[in-house]
Design a binder for this molecule. Structure first.
Ligand code: NAI
Ligand code: 13P
Length: 335
């Protein structure tokens, strides 16, 4: 292995992982890119046709065929920077067979915006606890950036957060390109929690849209959501931060309003009367806000934090509350 040149391993093969492969290929830094594609037939298809058949299939994959593996350990073995891009609910499954020793000395980056179910942990905490990775070697990638727009090379901004600025800068150096601008931050906890919460708020926005609330109400919902987000992140990780920065407010806005948002789409279906299961089946993509809703509810109960919007979404998704009744009750609390 050439130790002077970064080797990036992408773990996952959904929309975000495919967009990340494109981003890395369009970045001019000298590096190698490896890709873990779970399903063998999909991996074969990508090697043969140079496109992911299931997600962002217009993107041409240019990395060498021999860099695409269905054994996650091969990709991790080659990588100095490991980027996790699966939905949070599948991360444990994706890392099956990976030991803490295999991750030693590497920078591990989470591009995931979700909570690990059962553990109710953000990915950074999970990596520290399960794999003993020191916090300085963990980074997160976040910010308002839909995979679909990356595939179209639309100008986008990503925040790379780590308590070690050098680690964040090294990660930013391999993802930035002509259409991806990078911002480095030291607020790893605030950035991760904000990304988890904004998905729940986008589900709330979708539910309200689905039951017939208009744009006037959505604006009030989003302005309450950003205050609720600030309240939570300041409670769990109180440092000085500006909640109006793009990793917090920006990501909330794009997820609440974009036509591409999985979470908003999922919420809209719930508001229109779909069951959770039928909305999930309809999408073929993961709305992290569904899992996050339960995780954040448990964390709030443990810490004694009140988040009215998140609690309303939890009642609808997990307690079978009527979306219309629950959102009308919520509307009484908004200011
Ligand atoms: N799509 C986007 O625009 C963005 C997504 N993210 C985050 O990236 C993460 C991944 O999301 P997407 O790529 O959008 O997901 P997706 O919904 O496009 O893809 C789902 C992925 O899960 C995989 N999968 C299904 N069952 C599995 C299993 N049992 N084990 C392992 N993998 C399994 C599928 O093969 C597929 O790769 C999420 O946390 C999301 O919030 C972050 C920024 C942008
Ligand atoms: O995080 C995202 C954009 O920044 C993606 O959000 P959705 O999962 O709702 O599409």
């Amino acid at each position: 292995m050439d130790l002077t040149k970064p080797a990036v391993g992408i773990i996952g093969s959904g929309s975000w992982a495919t967009a990340m492969i494109k981003m890395l290929e369009d970045n001019k830094t000298d590096k190698s890119v490896y890709w873990w594609v779970r399903n063998r037939e999909t991996a074969d298809y990508i090697r043969t046709y140079r496109h992911n058949p299931n997600y962002l299939s217009a993107v041409t994959v240019k990395i060498p065929k021999r860099h695409i593996h269905s054994d996650v350990r091969s990709v991790i073995g080659h990588a100095s920077i490991v980027m996790l891009n699966t939905p949070a609910a599948f991360l444990k499954d994706a890392l099956k067979g990976v030991t803490p020793e295999m991750l030693e000395g590497k920078i591990v980056v989470s591009a995931i915006k979700g909570i690990i179910p059962d553990e109710n942990q953000i990915v950074g905490d999970f990596l520290q606890e399960r794999y003993g990775i020191p916090i300085e070697r963990i980074a997160v990638i976040s910010g308002p950036c839909h995979a679909e727009e990356v595939s179209l090379e639309k100008l986008s901004y990503l925040t790379v957060a780590s308590q070690d600025t050098d680690a964040a800068t090294r990660v930013a150096a391999v993802i930035g390109n002509r259409y991806i601008k990078t911002i480095v931050s030291d607020d790893i906890y605030g950035t991760e929690y904000a990304a988890v919460l904004k998905n729940i708020y986008a589900v709330a926005g979708g539910i309200c849209h689905g039951i017939g609330f208009g744009d006037n109400f959505q604006a009030v919902l989003v302005s309450n959501a950003i205050r609720e987000m600030a309240h939570f992140v300041n409670a769990v990780h109180p440092i000085e931060r500006d909640i109006k920065e793009s990793a917090y407010l920006g990501d909330l806005l794009v997820t609440a309003y974009s036509q591409f948002s999985r979470n908003r789409t999922f919420g809209t279906m719930i508001g229109k009367g779909y069951s959770v299961r039928s909305a999930q089946l309809e999408m073929n993509m993961v709305a992290e806000g569904y899992y996050a809703s339960n995780g954040i509810q448990q964390i709030c109960t443990k810490l004694g934090i009140e988040l009215p919007i998140c609690q309303a979404v939890y009642q609808v998704l997990y307690r079978n509350a009527s979306p219309a009744t629950e959102m009308r009750l919520l509307a009484e609390k908004l200011t």
